[in-house]
Ligand binder design. Structure first.
Ligand code: DLL
Length: 442
């Protein structure tokens, strides 16, 4: 820790008041903010006016938090329909920033922020970073991509707000990343988990021991990662690795963050976002603890109020620990649109990551290729062996992976062992699934 650092975990005065208020006070705040948000959406965004009218609900119907479930869901398709700026609830001269997510098909989804939205966002990210063990005065390397993606600038403003010295590296340029780590000696790094893996491997290739660097904290998000991946990165770098969650439609990074002391899932900042878990098939709201699709309603956003946004992320809500009034989210097991259905069996890449990383000799670098030879779905897991694993031992490891997948997931797959360094590396969000079934390449 640097000399100027303030230890806010032992200095509650350093926290935002809303981080520590009681659940009752928090829910009263949520209700007041929710009523205002729903009204603003209804009065200022034609798409919401239409959707509320069609559903037969009016902002006046929201008398208690439970009433939220009467309101219709919002989806990515709604944002696409309103492309580019049709969802904004304020005049354009109050929108100081836009971001956009590319998406693999169709139009990007565009999001906007007022000056106050940007400030709230920075506060949320600062909260996450502090909770994860970043301190004012720390040098912080920000390796989330800058640009239309919310990761770079979102993390940047939050880190500045916390009082860090930010190195705005953006994603990619791995050689340069390593040079900056060695020369500027950052205590914290922010990037995707798979990109930190890329940096780790590149350091080893150069003969640099990742454990010897100045890094002590990594705040990782933007893609699913498992407890096994956390262990891999923590041991590899001798750091604490914590989760940060967010999505552009709801704000960007900083919707939820994890404590470095409890490492038990990200706390959702419920003074700004009201979460729900729903059954993605029946659309029913589920109880805390049950698995389903995460849905968010923004409580303070001005430019883009978002009502019951269906994230497609699958997880569950758990009681708060490090911040008792703010509920946590369990690890995201996957996105409903990332789910592989193989001969009727559902599976997510994170399940394979979990199994593979428990088998000695197998690395975290893998891809899932789906093909349909003879009209029969087939999954091939291409996975690199570790440097110190012989080709012979890798064969045994591959057989073990296949066996464990059969037991734990219930599906058979072909395992193809690849040489170290042969699969494409991540520089941000990593693509794991290559579905060649519909493209004719299968
Ligand atoms: O990925 C925002 C972000 C940037 C979050 C940097 C954290 C760090 P989008 O590009 O809109 O925004 O993608 C959002 O990424 O719905 C999840 O599926 C996934 N995701 C984000 N954070 C996590 C996480 C940013 N911690 C989508 N764990 C979300 C698992 C995550 N998945």
């Amino acid at each position: 820790m640097t000399a100027t650092a303030t230890d806010t975990t032992t200095n509650p005065e350093g926290l935002d008041r809303e981080e520590t208020i009681s659940r009752d006070e928090l829910e009263a705040l949520q209700l007041a903010r929710l009523q205002q948000t729903v009204r603003s959406a209804y009065e200022n965004v034609p798409l919401y006016t239409r959707k509320f009218d069609e559903a037969g609900v009016h902002p006046d119907d929201l008398k208690e938090l439970e009433d939220l479930r009467k309101f219709p869901y919002t989806t990515k398709a709604d944002l696409r329909e309103a492309y580019p700026f049709g969802m904004f609830a304020v005049p354009m001269n109050q929108v100081v920033r836009v971001h956009a997510s590319s998406g693999t098909t169709g139009r990007p989804t565009v999001v906007g922020y007022t000056r106050q939205d940007i400030d709230t966002w920075a506060t949320m990210v600062a909260r996450c970073l502090r909770l994860s063990g970043v301190r004012p005065g720390d040098i912080l390397q920000n390796s989330y991509g800058y640009g239309l993606f919310t990761g770079g600038l979102g993390a940047h403003y939050g880190a500045e707000k916390l009082g860090c010295t930010v190195v705005p590296m953006s994603g990619g340029q791995t050689e340069k990343q390593i040079q900056m780590i060695q020369d500027f000696e950052p205590r914290a790094i922010l990037c995707t988990p798979t990109y930190l893996l890329t940096i780790m491997d590149a350091m080893r290739t150069k003969g640099i021991d990742p454990r010897s660097t100045s890094l002590k904290v990594a705040v990782l998000g933007a893609e699913p990662w498992t407890a096994e991946m956390r262990r891999e990165l923590e041991a590899g770098f001798d750091i604490d690795a914590c989760d940060i969650y967010g999505l552009s439609e709801v704000m960007g990074p900083g919707v939820a963050g994890e404590s470095n002391e409890t490492k038990d899932g990200a706390h959702i900042w419920e003074d700004h976002f009201r979460p729900e878990i729903i059954d993605p098939f029946t659309d029913d709201v589920l109880a805390d603890g049950e698995h389903g699709e995460l849905v968010f309603t923004s409580l303070t956003k001005q430019a883009l109020p978002i009502i019951r946004y269906r994230t497609r992320d699958l997880t569950r809500l758990l009681p708060g620990t490090a911040r008792p009034s703010h509920r946590r989210m369990g690890r995201i097991t996957g996105r409903s649109d990332d789910m592989i259905i193989l001969r009727g069996v559902n599976m997510f890449p994170s399940q394979i990551e979990e199994i593979a990383l428990r088998i000695p000799g197998l690395s975290p670098h893998f891809q899932l290729h789906l093909t349909r030879p003879n009209r029969m779905d087939q999954l091939t897991v291409k996975i690199e062996r570790r440097d110190d694993c012989t080709v012979e031992d890798a064969r045994t490891a591959a057989a073990e992976l296949g066996r464990q997948m059969k037991i734990h997931i219930g599906s058979t797959a072909t395992i193809e062992i690849c040489d170290p360094g042969s699969l494409e590396r991540s520089s941000g969000k990593l693509r794991r699934i290559y579905d060649l079934r519909e493209t004719g390449q299968a």
